[in-house]
Design a protein around this ligand. Structure first.
Ligand SMILES: CC(=O)SCCNC(=O)CCNC(=O)[C@H](O)C(C)(C)COP(=O)(O)OP(=O)(O)OC[C@H]1O[C@@H](n2cnc3c(N)ncnc32)[C@H](O)[C@@H]1OP(=O)(O)O
Ligand SMILES: O=C([O-])CC(=O)C(=O)O
Length: 370
């Protein structure tokens, strides 16, 4: 038995949800470029769950259904109020989502209908949890979700208490479309491993949130913004990046396990970053990002991934830095739950082997002789 470090190149499951073939990403066979240009997030959520695009009435129904599930139990709000004010936002989300199961009477109902319903509740409630967390730590009361409104609009409304403008809603919605699913990424794999024991969907999504939190995965978008803030202005970019590369440090938001010639999602986020920079009148983050890309791609051949330009996009939307990864989780809940439902449909316990590298033939030494 020989281990493959990081399971690189190992095909661990079949899936009909999303594919990355020759650098092209599709959801249910539809190119991500088409979805980014044309689809709303709810259309993509429907596509991932049901395997086809919704017609008008199916889409309208899903928007109403999701907004109908968006309210979170008072006990979750009370619990968030007890969290330390400076707690890590992904740790808060992980804890709150785990707790949602405690207040769902069908949390352990494993029927297909109950699991789809719980996928909808999770998709609807994550944005409410994150907005409530952000307001509570700022000393404000949480705002209840509106009914009949899209996830993007509702999230920005619950976060700020104001009706968000159309540009912001559309930008967030496109970002959610772009982050919704990505084959067998680490957090989706974590979700599938968890539910393959026939554990419940809340456990699967909680595992996934824990995996997404890390800076080698979803946590990179926040790390990118921390880097941009540390650099400060375009004048400092060259020295900063050259020094990092010389020290063999990783530049967050670059590189990918699967894409070696570039992440097809990055160009959409780059364009959004530029457009939002023009609208807000602050091109600093975009200009710095372009300069960083030139140096990192020029010197290392590494291309930006989905996390790189999403950092400046969310900053232009005035979203606090530590909500970037939770927003990724809002989007990826659609993919996680689609994969969990697919796993249940054709389940087998996921249990690989390890190549043992420890000592062998060791004698047991009685404790008094050690
Ligand atoms: C949504 C997402 O999860 S997208 C990914 C988000 N993560 C990041 O942006 C973090 C930065 N990037 C990385 O750490 C990596 O590129 C990963 C985790 C995305 C992929 O990792 P792997 O496929 O395991 O590649 P690995 O880390 O082994 O890198 C291979 C080589 O490229 C280098 N490299 C990879 N990424 C970077 C980077 N961002 N900056 C500098 N060098 C890099 C490594 O140092 C390594 O060099 P070496 O062979 O000289 O040791
Ligand atoms: O697929 C991966 O390894 C990481 C990624 O880009 C994603 O999850 O969107």
């Amino acid at each position: 038995m020989t281990a493959t470090k990081g399971l690189e190149g190992i095909v661990a499951t079949t899936s009909s949800i999303s594919s990355i073939i020759d650098g092209v990403l599709t959801y249910r066979g539809i190119n991500i470029d088409d979805l980014a240009e044309n689809a709303t997030f709810e259309e993509v959520v429907y596509l991932l769950w049901y395997g086809k695009l919704p017609n008008r009435s199916e889409l309208d129904h899903l928007v109403i259904e999701l907004s109908g599930y968006a309210q979170i139990p008072q006990q979750i709000i009370d619990q968030i109020k007890l969290y330390p004010k400076d707690v890590n936002s992904m740790a808060a989300l992980r804890s709150a989502v785990s707790s949602l199961a405690l207040y769902d009477a069908e949390a352990n109902d494993m029927s297909t209908e109950a699991n789809l319903r719980k996928a909808k509740k999770l998709q609807a409630q994550l944005p409410t949890v994150i907005a409530a967390f952000a307001r509570i730590r700022a000393g404000q009361e949480p705002i209840a979700p509106k009914s009949g409104v899209s996830i993007s609009e509702n999230f920005l409304y619950m976060l700020t208490g104001k009706q968000p403008d159309k540009v912001a809603v559309e930008a967030l919605d496109k970002a959610l479309v772009l982050h919704a699913d990505h084959e067998l990424n680490a957090s989706t794999f974590a979700a599938r491993v968890t539910v393959a024991t026939l554990s419940d969907i809340y456990s699967g999504v909680t595992s996934a949130i824990g995996a997404l939190k890390g800076p080698l995965h979803g946590g990179a978008n926040e790390a990118v913004m921390a880097m941009l803030e540390e650099i400060g202005t375009a004048d400092n970019v060259t020295n900063y990046i050259n020094e990092k590369l010389a020290n063999k440090e990783k530049i967050m938001g670059f590189g990918h396990r699967v894409y070696k010639n570039g992440d097809p999602r990055a160009k959409h986020l780059q364009k959004m970053s530029q457009e939002l920079g023009k609208i807000t009148g602050n091109m600093n983050w975009y200009n710095m990002s372009i300069q960083i890309e030139d140096i990192v791609t020029g010197q290392k051949g590494l291309k930006p991934n989905v996390d790189f330009y999403s950092a400046s996009v969310y900053t232009s939307l005035e979203i606090p830095r530590d909500l970037f990864t939770p927003i990724f989780a809002i989007s990826r809940t659609s993919g996680w739950t689609a994969h969990i439902l697919e796993q249940y449909e054709n389940n087998r316990l996921i249990r690989p082997r390890a190549e043992y590298t420890g000592p062998s033939h060791q004698a047991y030494i009685p404790i008094e002789k050690r």
